[in-house]
Design a protein around this ligand. Structure first.
Ligand code: NOJ
Length: 493
């Protein structure tokens, strides 16, 4: 092909891409899929693994989990990791985001209980990934705290900060030469708000409006300490990046009245700003300090239920993210609510807004997840404007089906429409550097047991072999990863 024809073809391809609304991602944009240790590994008490808070919850309070399910075996990835890497290879992904099980690495959670078999499992998994050209993207903590540490207070006790630091150091020392992407926590809001506030997730402690804030305070300090450790002692030789994965819906005001607009922004600050402000701007959002302070005072307290950072802590925590990890799935509509009478502390009353889904939004198999692709574009733009254009790595995004068919059109449409909106946000100037689909395969979906299925691969949880079978979305996602494009007309590289 001569140069003129080549240039003409490129112009035609470029114009057809924008004219028909189809999108392309840059060559260095990373596509991957995610999972987490407790959701897929099984082998809950094998080879020296200690009990974690989800083992404990499912074994002692089965009534809290749909169908009384456990993750004792789940996808059995502890034994089948090579098969899983073969699936990843077939998908063609650049990276695989998985988490380390703290109680598999340290049987009783503390540094004196190193479990060589646990370290070997992850060494082998990382080697298998690298041998297949897949970048390991490692989360240190995805909700599975060693139960013995919970018995000592868990995330609401300050001892946890240095205990987590010891664990992180061991992980950097052991795996750091091969890992270029680290996350300290996945969705810390779920750990704190659902785990210690509402009590709907392990460790199922219900003290909303108090322990959720305290948990967050410790967790942010733990994150910052681990980031500084990496930055000071490992970065220069290991050359990786380290951050945290924050989760949020997009919160859309019901209309553009100033009351609803302010309420939606309040909700964003309580949901995302709670973590992102200390990390990217410094300290909790003003609206949280004001509202929680006001309600605490009227409850007759001398100090706010929202803990206070010292000036040194504010500086120490600020800037401890090498990129912004974002987990997002859906949107909700926010409406003004008049100030609730002061009774008992409750996070939702501290926020003080009304939230609902629009009836016309398409459903998934998860009651909390409506399909709202336009929301991700708004959320990305809001993050860009609020947090000074950080690099954003989308660390989880996906949709659930009920498992009744392998023909998961809902997932194909979801990924197409969400990716298209991400691409539009990038055209708006948002720095999105990677995308991670949740999830590689169906797995233990926490208190929903196995009733909500997020995987590209279906898993037969009845078969001893835990057979994995591709859903239709596999072919679709493979094509997106290969072409970095959302239309059939895209050329393969
Ligand atoms: C994100 C959570 O991190 C993951 O554990 C969960 O399975 C998915 N959301 C879907 O709910």
């Amino acid at each position: 092909m001569n140069l003129k024809v080549l240039v003409l073809c490129s112009i035609l391809i470029a114009s057809s891409l924008s004219d028909d609304g189809s999108k392309a991602f840059p060559d260095n944009f990373m596509f991957g899929v995610a999972s987490s240790s407790h959701q897929i590994e099984g082998a809950w008490n094998e080879d020296g693994k200690g009990e974690n808070i989800w083992d404990y919850l499912t074994h002692t309070k089965p009534e809290l989990v749909e169908g009384g399910a456990t993750a004792d075996i789940t996808c059995d990835s502890y034994h089948k990791y090579k098969e899983d890497v073969a699936l990843l290879k077939d998908l063609g992904v650049d990276h695989y985001r998985f988490s380390l099980s703290w109680s598999r690495i340290l049987t009783n959670g503390s540094i004196g209980s190193v479990n060589e078999a646990g370290l070997n499992y992850y060494k082998n998994l990382i080697k298998e990934l690298k041998d297949n050209g897949i970048e390991p993207f490692v989360t240190l903590y995805h909700w599975d705290l060693p139960e013995i540490l919970q018995k000592q207070g868990g995330w609401i006790d300050m001892f946890i900060i240095d205990t987590f630091l010891d664990y992180a150091r061991l992980c950097f020392e052991t795996f750091g030469d091969d890992v270029k992407y680290w996350l300290t926590f996945s969705e810390p809001k779920q750990t704190c708000l659902s785990g210690y506030g509402y009590g709907t997730m392990a460790p199922s402690v219900s003290k909303t409006g108090e322990l959720d804030y305290k948990c967050t305070h410790n967790l942010l300090k733990a994150h910052a300490k681990v980031w500084h450790l990496y930055d000071e002692e490992f970065r220069s030789t290991q050359n990786g990046k380290i951050s945290i994965a924050l989760d949020s819906n997009w919160y859309e005001p019901e209309d553009d009245t100033s009351q609803n607009t302010v309420s939606a922004e309040t909700k964003r600050q309580f949901s995302f700003g709670w973590y992102a402000n200390p990390l990217f701007i410094g300290d909790y959002p003003e609206v949280m300090k004001t509202r929680i302070g006001y309600r605490s005072m009227h409850e007759g307290r001398r100090v706010s239920r929202l803990p206070v950072f010292t000036d040194e802590e504010i500086e120490y925590i600020k800037g401890t993210c090498d990129f912004l990890g974002l987990n997002t799935y859906t949107s909700s509509i926010i409406k003004y609510e008049k100030e609730q009478e002061i009774r008992i502390p409750w996070y939702d009353w501290d926020v003080g807004v009304k939230e609902h889904f629009a009836s016309e939004w398409p459903s998934s198999a998860s009651s909390w997840l409506k399909v709202t692709p336009w929301g991700i574009k708004k959320l990305l733009n809001w993050i860009k404007d609020t947090y000074n254009s950080p690099d954003i790595f989308i660390t989880a995004n996906g949709v659930s089906d009920d498992g009744s068919s392998l023909n998961d059109e809902i997932r194909i449409n979801y990924y197409r429409d969400y990716l298209s909106n991400i691409s539009s946000a990038m055209e708006d100037g948002v720095n999105v550097i990677g995308y991670t689909a949740w999830s590689l395969m169906d797995s233990f979906e926490w208190t929903s047991g196995y009733s909500e299925k997020f995987g590209f691969y279906s898993v037969d949880f009845e078969s001893e072999n835990r057979t994995r079978t591709a859903k239709s979305s596999v072919e679709y996602f493979k094509k997106v990863v290969l072409t970095h494009c959302l239309v059939d007309s895209c050329e393969e590289d």
